[in-house]
Design a protein around this ligand. Structure first.
Ligand code: ADP
Length: 592
């Protein structure tokens, strides 16, 4: 359709130039020729008129008007002209083509153009159609004043037919030539436009394909073609676009990969403050499936603080940083940064762990300070009292010193336990080297350490462990775990009770239990007793020499060995006491 229009347009333009270029000169030539032919015919008519006038002068005078008419008739028959003599008033007195009896029937000729002209200027001519003889005639008229004839106007009328035939011939030839030229130029134009159109069509097709994304397309034009330069330009342009698009696609993929891999949630806001793009992390944070795009931050996060920060940046502020806790209690550091072209980038950085660690650190420092302050205050008080010589020499001095030593021991225990805990945590980070250990031997070693304490309280041991329970563990840590659990069991049990130790062995793991008949642990505390410095009863624990770190050490040690630790209080089928369980992986070499 487009190509037809283009060709038609070309052809029409061709004709538009061609037709006036042919017709105007032809018309000019025709008019000039017509003019010349008419001039020549008129000159000839005047020559004939002069000749007739001369003949009229040369002959003797006519007897009457009839004789004059007869003379005109004879002469007209010889010369093949119409000869007319018109009297002064316009009456025709002789006419070669009209018989004398009918002369009077002719109109008065005084209004004829050539007659008026001849009277005025002596001679005149005109060309017009004669109804009398039914032809175009050229009339030439002349005033005559001769003694041979009545004075008036002598007129000859020569038929224009030969002149018209020549003009008509010229006209026909002209139209024929014009028609042939028209056909030829149309054919020529058709072929030329087709030749011209072919490369244009190719350019259009290639440009359309490039526009549709087929950047591998190239134009292949002859080097000599008028369009070669254009095709080179288009090819160069396409190559450049292809390179740029490849580069942009690569950059986009890289950016998407970076954004996709980021743990921080990132979203892009447009100038109106609506979300334009997000990464996976943000979709997860905002929980807006399948997409947050097109919404405002407020609709997605239901948090006015975020919306407000975004608004401020969209209204001109360069950057805003906020610490915001979202409904799921995750704390984010939200950075909103202005984009120069309008819009903003919002980055959500999860700082919950940092916040938690900071809190843990603060709590830890507070706890340690608190734990150390009590014995330290006591030591300071008693030491200051002993400075006084009166007290130093008194009976109480021994008990003061004993208290100082007890508190110093307590402080030493705390510091030792802290060091142990730190060591375990460092080992966890480094991944402890585990080996195959006989848990039964570890238990015996731990029991030996606490035996004096158990003897003191009359607490007996029911050891139900087999002789060897091979587990994957760190020997020192396992002894420590048993010791802490036994220490707790003894400290929190009344005198003359029993501690039972047992193991449940499965294919993959060994679960150990240390059960006592002590005070037990209320349910609401059971989850927290493994935290550092957490005690059910602070005073009692301290008084019994506890540091509040024993179970925390156990938990770290067991985790470090790939196991689990938990408590059940009271134990199944019991009304009082507690049982501490921990599981460890069985040593691979000893699996049955
Ligand atoms: P502590 O040195 O104070 O015993 P732990 O971390 O070992 O610190 O224990 C934390 C708390 O758990 C104790 O203060 C105590 O209240 C409770 N607890 C631990 N073991 C027992 C047990 N066998 N019987 C009763 N309570 C216990």
């Amino acid at each position: 359709m487009k190509s037809i229009r283009f060709r038609t347009r070309l052809l029409l333009s061709f004709w538009l130039i061609l037709i006036p270029a042919l017709c105007l000169p032809a018309y000019y030539i025709y008019r000039t020729l017509e003019n010349d032919i008419y001039k020549e015919a008129t000159a000839n008519a005047f020559t004939q008129l002069e000749f007739i006038h001369w003949l009229l002068n040369e002959r003797p005078a006519f007897d009457n008007e009839q004789a004059l008419d007869k003379w005109c008739e004879d002469l007209g028959a010889q010369l093949h002209y119409r000869i007319t003599i018109i009297a002064a008033g316009g009456r025709v007195i002789a006419d070669s083509d009209v018989n004398y009896p009918n002369i009077n029937l002719l109109d008065n000729h005084s209004d004829r153009e050539e007659i008026i002209g001849a009277r005025k200027f002596g001679q005149a001519s005109s060309i017009r159609y004669s109804f009398t003889i039914g032809r175009n005639l050229i009339y030439a008229a002349k005033n005559i004043n001769t003694p041979n004839a009545p004075s008036g106007v002598l007129r000859v009328a020569i038929p224009l037919s030969s002149v018209e035939t020549r003009l008509a011939y010229f006209g026909h030839r002209f139209w024929l030539i014009l028609f042939i030229m028209f056909i030829l130029t149309t054919l020529l134009g058709f072929f030329l436009t087709r030749k011209l159109e072919a490369p244009i069509l190719e350019i259009i097709q290639t440009a359309t394909a490039i526009g549709e994304g087929k950047y591998e397309k190239r134009l292949d034009m002859d080097a000599g073609s008028e369009f070669a330069r254009l095709s080179e330009c288009i090819n160069a342009m396409t190559r450049k676009i292809q390179q740029d698009i490849r580069m942009i696609t690569e950059q986009k993929q890289e950016l998407e990969a970076v954004f996709g891999g980021m743990q921080e949630g990132v979203m892009l806001l447009d100038q109106e403050g609506k979300i334009k793009a997000t990464n996976d992390a943000l979709t997860w944070i905002a929980k807006c499936m399948p997409s947050c795009v097109g919404h405002r931050p407020m609709e997605v996060f239901l948090n006015p603080e975020i919306q407000e920060a975004c608004n401020q940046v969209l209204m001109g502020k360069d950057m805003i940083k906020r610490k915001i806790a979202l409904n799921n209690e995750i704390v984010y550091e939200v950075n909103v940064v202005k984009i120069p072209d309008g819009g903003a980038v919002v980055v959500f950085h999860d700082i919950s762990e940092l916040v938690r660690l900071e809190k843990v650190r603060q709590d830890f420092v507070a706890n340690v300070s608190h734990e150390l302050r009590t014995p330290l205050t006591s030591i300071k008080g008693y030491a200051e009292t002993l400075l006084n010589e009166k007290f130093r020499t008194s009976d109480q001095a021994d008990s003061f010193v004993t208290t100082i030593i007890k508190n110093a021991d307590q402080m030493s225990n705390i510091v030792n336990d802290l060091l142990e805990l730190t060591k375990l945590q460092q080992q966890q980070r480094k991944a402890v080297r585990l080996s195959t250990v006989n848990a039964a031997l570890c238990f015996s070693s731990a029991w030996e350490t606490v035996m004096p304490m158990s003897n003191e309280k009359g607490i007996s041991l029911d050891n139900r462990l087999p002789d060897s329970v091979w587990v994957t563990a760190d020997e020192h840590s396992l002894i420590q775990v048993f010791r802490n659990l036994l220490d707790n069991a003894i400290r929190h049990s009344p005198t003359d009770t029993k501690i039972t130790v047992f193991a449940e062995i499965t294919q993959a793991a060994a679960t150990f239990g240390v059960q006592d008949e002590g005070t037990g642990i209320p349910l609401q505390h059971q989850k927290r007793i493994f935290e550092r410095f957490y005690r059910v009863d602070n005073e009692r624990s301290r008084a019994s020499g506890g540091t509040g770190l024993g179970l925390s050490i156990c938990r770290n040690a067991i985790f470090g060995m790939g196991g689990k630790i938990w408590v059940k209080s009271p134990p199944d089928d019991q009304l009082k006491g507690s049982v501490f369980y921990f599981s460890l992986n069985r040593a691979v070499d000893f699996l049955t």
